[in-house]
Design a protein around this ligand. Structure first.
Ligand code: F6R
Length: 587
């Protein structure tokens, strides 16, 4: 959830490098930021509330520095709570990603003997290290001992102004050490360091790295014993794509979706066959994801049932670990994640792995934690997603799952045809005329407090995803429902004029979806139909050419663009909604 970047080297440009590195990692958290660089024998510190993206501050010459972009957990979004945090002497500074679960207990102990200035859990770590140093321990040993006293999942980077070193240690949240020429780096992901280091060490849980300008040493945090560095060449391509002709990454990435589908049809046949084979051989397959990726996983259940007559199980990443008693060495667990860093998925998949399950994954970021822990990682190839909202990765996840379901049924060519149909439908809803209608709809409903989306069958996960896109970007309260659930309670929410998106593709759900729309209309709801043809029930109609089982792809694209226009009308930043982060590395 937070972006960490640290530099130690022979150069004198630590401040600028840390600032640039953090800008690349801003997607991980953006409510405040802070940087500390060594200037002479003191640390020069700059901290601010707000996003770091356009910040242009200058630092004095320095060869050691680090910083963090924060996504607040403990303590409000204030300058004081922004990282780094310091010990009483001001010589040890700490940045942190995670949650120190026992921080209250530790804070109580330190209250009298240490000067605590922030409300964060992080500051406690600096004082823990300080106590160890004061009792005569080396910096390495002090960080190691302090880390062992923390409960929870934590990535900690500490800077020692006296020894001119950085220490990085983690459990849960990711940290990568970059090995450069007379300079070394540590960052939350390799995106931050790939410009200056072509070799990296991915820290595993319980590993402690000590960096100075000449070398990186690795230790087992538990025992303190030295370990060999496992160096990985950073040879995968991470194409950083600019905005091009678009105003925001969100709309750019939405428009990239037809290309993503085409690429999957052309390039992912081998991987679809590979995944289908794994599913066929397994005794119980589980699709696991969080947020948008969980809706792709849920859609997968419908795809495999309808296209291949094959049952797959679905679980939210955050719930899977409570329901995996039945996992065994014949199970296949497929983690679905854009970032490959989502803590809830990593934790439950690690548990499944311990029980002997095989782990496959659909992941967009090469080298991510999920990618590395999987026995069978599959890259979905959606290209870098920079808007916080997941759009093209969702479409890629759906396309690969759909394709795989058809391959499993021995009908790969039909799967390709269907994906082509989805692509054409996508292009239709993204054309000028459709977008004009969606923009107009945004103007009609922008001041409504609540909005509902209903669908049946695979349009049920589509409804959940449509509602998520609208609420997380425009802050309008939007909920997605299985249309059949309406009369079991939800219908009580419908008032005169309540906008309700009805997903009504021409599939087996069509008649029943319209019947649900009628029930809403009879209670004053404003019916927005997404369907291949207009119908008298609809108060507003958006044509979505039929793509059968794949209609979830264009239907979601309508909601994505509606969310974008609503957000613009309300004057918010569509790429960085409040309170969110692109990579959710805390539980
Ligand atoms: C919504 C969104 C989130 C993510 C979720 C999982 O637009 O982006 O709901 O889908 O946090 O993230 P990944 O896919 O990185 O595991």
């Amino acid at each position: 959830m937070c972006g960490i970047f640290g530099y130690v080297g022979k150069g004198e440009d630590a401040g600028r490098l840390v600032l640039e590195g953090l800008k690349k990692l801003e997607y991980r958290g953006y409510d405040s930021w802070g940087i500390a660089c060594l200037k002479g024998r003191r640390l020069e510190v700059k901290k601010e509330v707000g996003k770091i993206g356009k910040v242009a501050v200058r630092f004095s010459k320095s060869s050691l520095g680090f910083g963090q972009t924060r996504w607040a957990t403990h303590g409000g979004v204030t300058r004081t709570n922004a990282h780094p945090h310091f010990d009483c002497s001001g010589r040890v500074a700490v940045v942190h990603n995670g949650i120190v679960e026992n921080y209250q207990e530790l804070k109580k102990k330190f209250k009298k003997s240490h000067k605590i200035v922030s409300q964060t859990d992080t500051e406690i770590i600096a004082h823990l290290i300080e106590e160890e140093i004061e009792s005569g321990k080396s910096f390495t040993e002090a960080v190691r001992r302090a880390f062992l006293r923390l409960k929870g999942l934590n990535a900690v980077v500490a800077l020692n102004a006296q020894s001119h070193e950085l220490a990085a240690v983690k459990s849960g949240s990711p940290l990568v050490v970059g090995l450069g020429q007379s300079e070394n780096f540590v960052a939350s992901d390799s995106l931050g360091i790939k410009d200056r280091a072509d070799k990296v060490v991915f820290l595993s849980d319980g590993e402690l790295a000590i960096l100075d300008e000449n070398r990186v040493q690795l230790f087992d945090a538990q025992s303190g014993r030295k370990k060999d560095l496992k160096v990985t060449p950073l040879n995968w391509e991470i194409k950083e794509e600019g905005l091009g002709r678009y105003r925001h990454y969100l709309i750019k990435e939405i428009y990239e979706q037809p290309r993503v589908v085409t690429r999957i049809i052309k390039e992912k046949g081998g991987e679809a066959a590979y995944l289908a084979d794994l599913i066929k051989k397994s005794y119980g397959t589980y699709l696991v994801g969080c947020g948008t990726a969980s809706y792709a996983a849920l859609a997968g259940v419908y795809f495999f049932s309808t296209a291949a007559g094959h049952h797959l199980n679905f679980s939210l990443g955050s719930e899977f670990s409570y329901a995996e008693d039945f996992i065994n060495d014949r199970s296949l667990v497929i983690g679905i994640s854009q970032s490959g860093e989502t803590a809830d998925i990593i934790e439950s998949l690690n548990k499944a792995k311990k029980k002997g399950a095989k782990i496959a994954s659909l992941v967009n970021v090469p080298g991510s934690t999920l990618y590395r822990l999987s026995d069978f990682p599959i890259l979905i190839g959606a290209g870098q997603e920079r808007a916080v909202l997941s759009t093209k990765a969702f479409t890629a996840q759906l396309s690969i799952l759909l394709y795989t379901a058809y391959v499993l049924a021995g009908r790969g060519a039909d799967g390709q045809k269907l994906l082509n149909k989805a692509r054409r439908s996508l292009q239709y809803v993204l054309n000028k005329e459709s977008q004009r209608k969606i923009k107009k709809l945004a103007r009609v409903i922008k001041d409504r407090e609540h909005l509902y989306v209903i669908g049946r069958g695979v349009s049920y996960p589509a409804a959940l995803e449509a509602a998520l896109k609208i609420k997380e970007d425009s802050y309008i309260h939007a909920e997605g429902f299985a249309a059949g659930e309406l009369k079991h309670g939800v219908i009580a929410l419908i008032e005169k004029g309540t906008p309700c998106l009805v997903l009504a593709p021409h599939d087996e759900t069509f008649g029943a979806a319209l019947a649900s729309a009628m029930e809403i209309k009879a209670r004053g709801g404003y019916i927005i139909g997404l369907s291949p043809q207009d119908n008298e029930i609809f108060d507003y109609f958006i044509k979505v050419p039929d793509a059968n089982l794949a209609s979830i792809i264009p239907n979601t694209a309508v909601a994505q663009t509606l969310a974008y226009y609503l957000t613009l009308l309300k004057g918010y930043d569509p790429d960085k909604p409040r309170n969110l982060a692109k990579s959710v590395t805390v539980k």
